[in-house]
Ligand binder design. Structure first.
Ligand SMILES: [Ca+2]
Length: 707
């Protein structure tokens, strides 16, 4: 979106002291939790797996947008996390429980986790820290409140009536709970624990859902974890995703819980990554009381195991927000077993890992700590039960291990026949995991280059050696001798050599704050540049750097402040026209500065409640062209730059493009093949209202030709 600041180099050395905890609770009896569905990230079919080497996602479950922004800068970026996953950001039912966000009431991006403006600012801040953002998207259903009510942002609703969005005809007719998971139709058209099940085969419903996803994409998100995908047919998912703009940019990961049922995860491979729940179940078997050696023997756990997704399609986790409650997997309560399973997942080479990070609970319905007004209190590690597993040294530093070893083969495998294993990742890394009670003290054979390393499970390089765990010397023969204690691990990699020299490729990035500068487009310039300096630093080279569209009437640029607190700036159109505040330049402070007509304010001009994201038109165009573009303007706005924007294949003979209308009633458009052939309706252009709309042989009619 507005800008993609420099990606922070992979970590490998991030440091952080974190509380780990002892499991205090025993898993209680497990009743079906309110949610079968669960979360995580991915999207581009051509590149389905999370792009490496930064393929690890931190799932900051129930974290507020402001706290995620802080964490991106302070921890996730420096540690090398490629993605952060948010909880569902749309308006939801009210209540203190954990699952309120899984009961949508409208698609306003307003929740107890923060406002739309805070969400947008979080995305921008995470991008500046080199972390992409994935939003958990709940699209199978709306609320499960039979009595209806009022949502977080004030929207009134009934069980099957969401004024202005969905009415009764937009829901499946089953209207009772799913009872038989062996019946495909029932699973996909009846209610999941009373959650009103959307008729996702309806073109209107698909357009509404796509409008929501498009709105999140317009705020800069990089992908989605799609909730409850088993309960949406593969054809309906294709219909929805076909209406999503800029699909190739978005990473998608789908929740399809594997079970002995007719609906299988493999049905959804065409859409993106899928969570392989079987992986997490095996980790529980191994680390949760069995032995762990069988995870690495033979071909080892992964693609070759019966019923497992191929590596390129698999997203993996030790637990997620559902399974930590229903006992299907390990959870933070399992102490060392859990932490070692995380180490294994990050060190092994199957799938793209997600690290779940939520809060402690004794009642499985319990939500996070709330303020008196119902907002979630910004999480702080060590307070209110937040586990901060994503920032625990042994886990966070293994994200650096994963980055440093990405793409290497499993080498130098060893195990003791039960609960101690070790393996290398080519000449980049080596890990030993001891789930047994006694210390394993031996000489380990690695393929690492000779040198002095730190055990990143407990420490990282410092100028004089290692912060903890001592210095481990690997000889010219690749061997080293060190004990690995009971329920402990040891991991070395080439990005974490002792003393930080000769192999530590990227020093800890400087965490700092940033300022987002907004500039009004009221001058009518085609291009907007900001020429600036941070604090007393040097100026950018004139004419400065480009600003990107932010919202209607505004462009923006986020500037890293480092340790400074101010920016001095002037603006120009790139062609010699300047606004330098009458020669004085603009003095800007704070995290947001908006400049319009010579005045500076600190309010984010893009934070107003959005136009309804579902006011869009989906244009279907009948053509035999291999490539089709739509050249258009919304209402009386500006035209796209010719030849316009590409349309996506819909069904046979049709191309499609969904266009947001904002407050306008329609668009004016013409079509072309990108090579000079145009259909401009005989020179009159086409007037197209909100959709779906079909354009065929010079006529415009309402409807979806592919439904
Ligand atoms: Ca459904």
């Amino acid at each position: 979106m507005s800008d993609h600041p420099p990606v922070i180099a992979p970590a490998g050395d991030a440091i952080r002291k974190r509380l780990r905890f002892t499991a205090t609770f025993l898993l209680g009896a497990l009743l079906a939790t309110l949610l079968a569905a669960t979360p995580l990230p991915t999207a581009d079919r051509a590149d389905a797996a999370a792009p490496g080497p930064k393929d690890t996602t931190a799932v900051l479950f129930s974290w507020t947008w402001n706290a995620i922004a802080r964490e991106c800068t302070g921890n996730l970026g420096p540690a090398g996390y490629g993605f952060v996953q948010t909880s569902p950001p749309q308006e939801h039912v009210q209540g203190p429980e954990w699952w309120t966000y899984y009961q949508p009431v409208s698609y306003k991006v307003e929740s107890r986790l923060g406002t739309r403006a805070e969400f947008k600012a979080m995305v921008d801040t995470c991008h500046a820290a080199g972390v992409k953002v994935i939003a958990d998207a709940v699209i199978n259903h709306m609320s499960g409140k039979s009595a209806g009510g009022v949502g977080w942002a004030g929207s009134s609703f009934a069980h099957y009536d969401y004024p202005g969005i969905y009415q009764s005809q937009d829901f499946h007719s089953c209207r009772r709970d799913i009872a038989n998971y062996q019946n495909r139709t029932e699973v996909q058209e009846c209610n999941l624990v009373n959650l009103s099940d959307l008729n996702t085969s309806s073109s209107y419903v698909q357009g509404r859902i796509a409008g929501y996803l498009n709105d999140l994409a317009s705020l800069g998100v990089d992908g989605f974890r799609i909730d409850a995908v088993k309960h949406i047919s593969a054809a309906d998912m294709q219909g929805i995703l076909g209406k999503v703009n800029d699909r190739a940019r978005l990473y998608l990961v789908q929740e399809v819980i594997r079970a002995n049922e007719p609906i299988q995860p493999e049905e959804y491979l065409a859409n993106g990554d899928i969570h392989e729940f079987a992986f997490a179940r095996k980790l529980k078997e191994a680390f949760g009381g069995g032995t762990i050696n069988w995870l690495t023997t033979g071909t080892g756990i992964g693609s070759s195991w019966a019923g497992f997704l191929q590596n390129a399609n698999a997203a993996v986790f030790v637990d997620n927000h559902d399974t930590e409650r229903n006992g299907e997997t390990l959870s933070y309560r399992d102490g060392a077993a859990y932490d070692l399973a995380q180490v294994f997942t990050l060190a092994w080479n199957y799938g793209s890992p997600s690290i779940h990070s939520g809060y402690e609970f004794s009642n499985k319905e319990a939500g996070p700590a709330l303020a008196g007004n119902g907002e979630v209190i910004d999480p702080v590690c060590g307070q209110n039960g937040w586990t901060c597993k994503h920032a625990q040294t042994s886990i966070e530093n293994m994200v650096g291990f994963r980055t440093a070893t990405y793409g290497t083969a499993i080498t130098n495998r060893w195990d003791n026949g039960s609960n101690a294993i070790a393996f290398g990742r080519g000449d980049k890394g080596f890990v030993a995991i001891n789930r047994g009670g006694g210390s394993v003290d031996r000489t380990w054979q690695t393929s690492l280059p000779a040198g002095q390393y730190c055990n990143v499970i407990v420490g990282q390089p410092t100028s004089g050696g290692c912060s903890a765990g001592g210095v481990i010397t690997v000889g010219g023969d690749g061997r080293f001798t060190a004990p690995v204690g009971g329920n402990a691990a040891l991991a070395l990699h080439v990005g974490a050599k002792a003393g930080g020299s000769g192999g530590n490729p990227d020093p800890e990035p400087q965490p700092g704050s940033s300022m987002t500068v907004y500039y009004s487009t009221s001058k009518g310039w085609t291009n907007h540049n900001i020429h600036y300096r941070v604090g007393t630093g040097s100026w950018t080279t004139a004419p400065g750097v480009g600003m990107a569209p932010a919202c209607a009437g505004w462009v923006s640029k986020t500037v890293e402040l480092g340790s400074a607190t101010s920016v001095t700036a002037a603006f120009n159109n790139g062609s010699g026209t300047w606004d330098n505040n009458g020669g004085r330049d603009y003095a800007l402070t704070g995290s947001v500065a908006a400049v319009a007509n010579g005045a500076v304010t600190s309010a984010n001009p893009c934070s107003t409640t959005p136009t309804n994201p579902a006011t869009s038109t989906t244009v279907y165009y009948a053509t035999g062209w291999a490539t089709a573009n739509i050249h258009y303007r919304v209402g009386t706005g500006s035209w796209t730059a010719a030849p316009g924007v590409g349309m996506a294949p819909a069904c046979a003979g049709w191309k499609v493009k969904t266009i947001e209308l904002g407050g306008a009633s329609g668009i004016t458009a013409a079509f072309n093949n990108g090579s000079g052939s145009w259909d401009s309706n005989g020179g009159a252009d086409y007037a197209i209202a909100s959709g779906p709309v079909k354009v065929s042989n010079g006529t415009v009619t309402a409807g979806d030709p592919c439904s």
